[in-house]
Design a protein around this ligand. Sequence first.
Ligand SMILES: Cc1ncc(COP(=O)(O)O)c(C=O)c1O
Length: 507
Amino acid sequence: MILGQLAKRCSRIAYNGAAVKVRLAGAQLSLNVLTIRNFHDSDKQSLSLAQELKQDSVSGPIKDQAETTVSDQVAEYSKYMMNTYTRPPMLVDHGKGCYVYDTKGNKYLDMTAGIAVLALGHGHEGVSKVLYEQSKKLNHVSNLFFTKEVCELAKDVIEKTMSSYKEGNAGIYEDRHASFPKIFFTNSGTEATEGALKFARKYGKHIASSGTMKVGNSDPTLASDPNLKYHFHCFTGSFHGRSTGALAVTSNPKYQTPFTPLIPGVTVSKFNETRELSSFINERTCGVIVEPIQGEGGITEATEEFLKAVRKRCDQVGAVLIYDEIQCGLGRTGKLWGHNNYSPECSPDIITLAKPLANGFPIGAIIVSDKVSQVIKVGDHGSTFGGNPLGCAVGKYVFAQISDSAFLSQVQEKGDYFKKELLKAVEPYMAKGSSSGAIVEVRGKGLMLGVEFTEAPSSIVDKALTNGLLLVAAGRNTIRFLPPLIIEKSEIDTCIQLFKKTLSETL
Ligand SMILES: Cc1ncc(COP(=O)(O)O)c(C=O)c1O
């Protein structure tokens, strides 16, 4: 094919601003056709031409000029953006199902799902439709008024939550036949944490002053000053958000140290360790916050024994038990809530939720037991956008699907399959007995899985990206697999192949 023909044809396959370039490399005619294998499926004409061009192209170590362009663009835009994340030099353009595509047409299998957000996958038509229809009807009125959207979502979430256990009456399930827990909508997970901490604070003051529980047995000062019941307890490896309150209970010096002093009165003990609980959680404690399955900390499941002991100690000292289900809740483990994987006696007084509730539209919520909610009065808390009709309309649509029992069983099945395949994939790299290996363990539940390495796995995450696989690290040494909950078995197989390839190229 001669140069003139090529240039003419190439002008037809410019894709999302990333032009295909034709250049001469040494004496040979070469084509930079972006990464042709990754052209967007729907762009059939471009794809077939791209394939044709690929056959015509001359292989060799040719510098990807389009890449330089994207790097330049990223460098240019970075001048205007805060430098709080390390991001690869690419621009994500669009997504469909479990895949995302960058502006150069490269296709990536997404095992991050926007950090456990896109439960129904990217570009979901039902979600778009609801959002579009709602945007024509009503966008926002603030919490000064009820809307049908916020009321219906509240009812659905609370009713489904109450039926997530057939029995049990601890925490939010208390008086299950007489009253309901209540919900407050937020815009993010962090805000849900903040609200939960406030509610626990107010409830703590209330019970310390009302005489409804015996306080001051081991702490006489508390009996004379109920305001002293303000302490929070959290656990190592936890993550609850980055605002100053949420950060105070996020026990990670890397996140906390630059911003000290944080709110006072926070104690920390070892996750899954029961021995220390009674000394740390005492009559001054108003709230204990815990993730039933830690996400950012490295996909670590709480033990049944631990959660039972925490619940028991909270009851003894009148502390509110908060389960942060922002990452592990809403179907991620194959149950509606992460805590549904434990016996009902471990149930919390407050649940925080966010990420997948509206499949990418920002929304969060706090579910509060009837007992705790009774002390929260008009004016105690608020939000301009929380409970916004756009988010709630999408939330209602998404929640109906992810709380469906058939959907949840599929998540469980696919999660079991995924974990089994991951175990097989990492087998050659496992550290066994005294022999050293690069991989320590595969763990997690449902589609919240983690592979722990002996060292920080950033080179694996970077390499996976070049192989068309998006991964996200957690804790110090773990890689998380948090795919859209609609992932197909064939996509799990593709992920395993790409992961194996990445391991063989990196380890
Ligand atoms: C368990 C947990 N809690 C809280 C948060 C904070 O949520 P957001 O980033 O929506 O504010 C996160 C975010 O990753 C999380 O995983």
